[in-house]
Design a protein around this ligand. Structure first.
Ligand SMILES: [Zn+2]
Length: 281
């Protein structure tokens, strides 16, 4: 039976192709993704209508959007890439080719588990080439926006600690700390779903966002309680924030660092990833 790699040290690609269809969170439109084994290190992206035009995933392609991470590939935008990318890099894959039909990645149930189940079905094989080097920190590093902050210190291991603080009784203050490995990612982070707030849902829908948002693909908070319980973990929201961070780190690789994140957001994650890119080059 297939088991995920023990750590993030080796190069791995998929044993076979994965195909998944679904609804995009923001557009509400049907989209499809095929993930293929690859001999090239890193993650590559192409569109089904132009299969020979292949983009290597790079931090310069990231655009800040309020609720998700969007890629700009020569003017063509792809939204909500973070959960798919977190699934690939978090499970230990280092080489993969993503072929997209549409302008968004299917949201599935709002977590990474749907992708993980597909990876488990096809398994992984050692990659033909060495993986890209992971960022190494020489000294502590931090980025902040107002009171939101990411702080990283050099470490042999990759350890994450997330903290959130919401003025809603159902969420409140939460902290979660995890020694990262593919197995811990799969068990502790991947099942955590995206979450939203009932009072913001209508506002976002009016603004043309989250057209595909529904109770089956996000946890919805109504202040004191959850509209669609049960939760998969008592602290599912802070675990999902770590899932988003891992997805946003896929552009530069998982650093050898211990990372603390307080009230993270995609724009803060992207700023942190840009700082890691400088360490790499
Ligand atoms: Zn998310």
């Amino acid at each position: 039976m297939f088991s995920f790699p023990d750590d993030y040290e080796q190069g791995w690609t998929l044993g076979n192709e994965i195909k998944k269809e679904g609804i995009g969170l923001h557009t509400g439109l049907e989209c499809q993704v095929i993930i293929k084994p690859s001999a090239s290190p890193g993650f590559q992206v192409s569109f089904s209508e132009e299969p020979n035009n292949v983009f290597s995933l790079d931090i310069s392609q990231v655009r800040n959007t309020p609720l998700c991470t969007t890629l700009d590939l020569n003017g063509k935008k792809i939204s909500t890439v973070e959960h798919l990318l977190a699934s690939l890099i978090g499970s230990g894959l280092t080489h993969a080719h993503i072929e997209i039909t549409g302008s968004e990645i299917p949201l599935l149930d709002g977590s990474a588990i749907g992708w993980i189940e597909e990876i488990e079905k096809v398994g992984m094989i050692n990659s033909a080439t060495a993986p890209k080097p992971r960022p190494e920190l020489n000294s502590p590093m931090f980025v902040n926006k107002g009171e939101s902050v990411i702080f990283a210190i050099p470490s042999k291991n990759f350890k994450l600690t997330g903290m959130i603080d919401f003025p809603y009784k159902a969420i409140g203050q939460q902290m979660f700390s995890v020694e990262m490995s593919p197995n811990n990612f799969v068990k502790e982070i991947a099942p955590a779903r995206t979450f939203g707030f009932l009072d913001q849902l209508e506002e976002l829908k009016r603004a043309g966002l989250i057209k595909g948002g529904a109770l089956k693909n996000a946890l919805v908070c109504n202040g004191d309680s959850w509209v669609n319980p049960p939760l998969r973990f008592a602290n599912e929201p802070v675990r999902h924030k770590l899932l988003d961070l891992i997805g946003d780190l896929a552009f530069v690789g998982l650093p050898r660092a211990q990372i603390f994140v307080y009230k993270g957001s995609h724009s803060l994650h992207n700023e942190f990833a840009a700082s890691l890119q400088k360490v790499l080059t």
